[in-house]
Design a protein around this ligand. Structure first.
Ligand code: GLU
Length: 303
């Protein structure tokens, strides 16, 4: 990435529930890194996965971000309004023969080898044409080649797409575009140059860079922050019943999120105003201090 290119970062929450400590820390890290580079910081609501949307979550997330003093630039993008852009990208991939229709059900793949992320690696049954009499359920991208990138926090990464991921779905059996396609199309549409997000997505990055190559889109720089876990070592999420953060004083939670990201805020900051916490954070943020690990325990009061 050209050091002189303007910096544009983003936070892209899925509205599957209210923000918890882990998503707040991710928002904070991406916002501070953008502002440290005097860049813009955009917001995108990833409401593409309709079955996972929690009623009221979009408004709750926006209200929480405001309450914590986040200031995003421009309009909030919503994936639910972007189907035409995803369809155009799928059409381009079809025209380039980079994708194929697939009839396989989950059950038919139950015996295939595991991909790096623990999902079933596609065995290739429909890759060279749909077997006679089968109806396409999904569209998959042909996973070919090796993707290397240098993550600003987690260091150099390499993935052999065929071995580590396998042919991956970009249009789902339920008629929805998959996250991997949507995120790539939207990051390009928003002009994102730097992606700072949770390390639970480190394993998706090679597929996203692959799609950027196939679609002729610029490849942003990546930095994956540790994700917060509970006492049982599970990533905080709606499923692990992570507490929403709204009942603790915001400045204290922000200071705890700074500490979680390796920033050593002075103890007095926990009792300061939100504006004071932001002023300290903007003056002292250094991405080099973020610990190089995929996950870390959230402070007791937050998990
Ligand atoms: N929407 C995703 C999430 O909330 C984040 C996607 C991304 O940052 O690329 O986990």
């Amino acid at each position: 990435m050209n050091a002189l290119a303007p910096y544009s970062g983003r936070f892209a929450p899925s509205p599957s529930g209210p923000l918890h400590f882990g998503s707040l820390a991710t928002a904070l890290g991406s916002a501070l890194e953008a502002r440290h580079h005097r860049g813009s910081w955009l917001l995108r609501i990833e409401d593409i996965d309709i079955p996972r949307i929690a009623p009221g979550a979009v408004d709750a997330i926006l209200a929480t971000l405001e309450r914590y003093g986040f200031e995003w630039d421009g309009e909030v993008m919503r994936q639910s309004c972007r189907a035409d852009a995803y369809a155009a990208a799928l059409a381009r991939l079809k025209a380039g023969s980079h994708v194929f229709p697939c009839a396989c059900t989950r059950r038919e793949m139950a015996d295939s080898a595991l991909a790096r992320d623990g999902s079933r690696r596609y065995p290739g049954s429909c890759r060279d044409g749909l077997p006679a009499g089968r109806t396409p359920r999904t569209w998959r991208v042909k996973a070919e080649g090796t993707i290397c990138f240098d993550d600003a926090i987690q260091g150099p990464q390499e993935e052999d797409l065929a071995r580590d991921a396998g042919d991956y779905v970009i249009f789902r059996a339920d008629g929805q575009f998959a996250y991997q396609l949507a995120v790539v199309v939207d990051d390009a549409a928003q002009g994102i140059t730097h992606i700072v997000r949770g390390a639970d997505l480190l394993g998706s990055t090679a597929r996203q860079i692959h799609l950027q190559h196939l679609l002729g889109l610029p490849v942003p720089a990546y930095a994956h922050l540790p994700v917060a876990s509970n006492a049982a070592g599970e990533k905080l999420s709606k499923q692990t019943l992570a507490r929403a953060i709204d009942d603790a004083p915001p400045a204290r939670t922000l200071a705890a999120a700074l500490a979680f990201l390796g920033q050593r805020p002075p103890a007095a900051l926990a009792g300061a105003s939100i504006a004071e916490v932001w002023a300290w954070a903007l003056a002292h943020w250094r991405i080099e201090r973020v610990p190089r690990r995929l996950q870390g325990p959230a402070p007791n009061s937050a998990a």
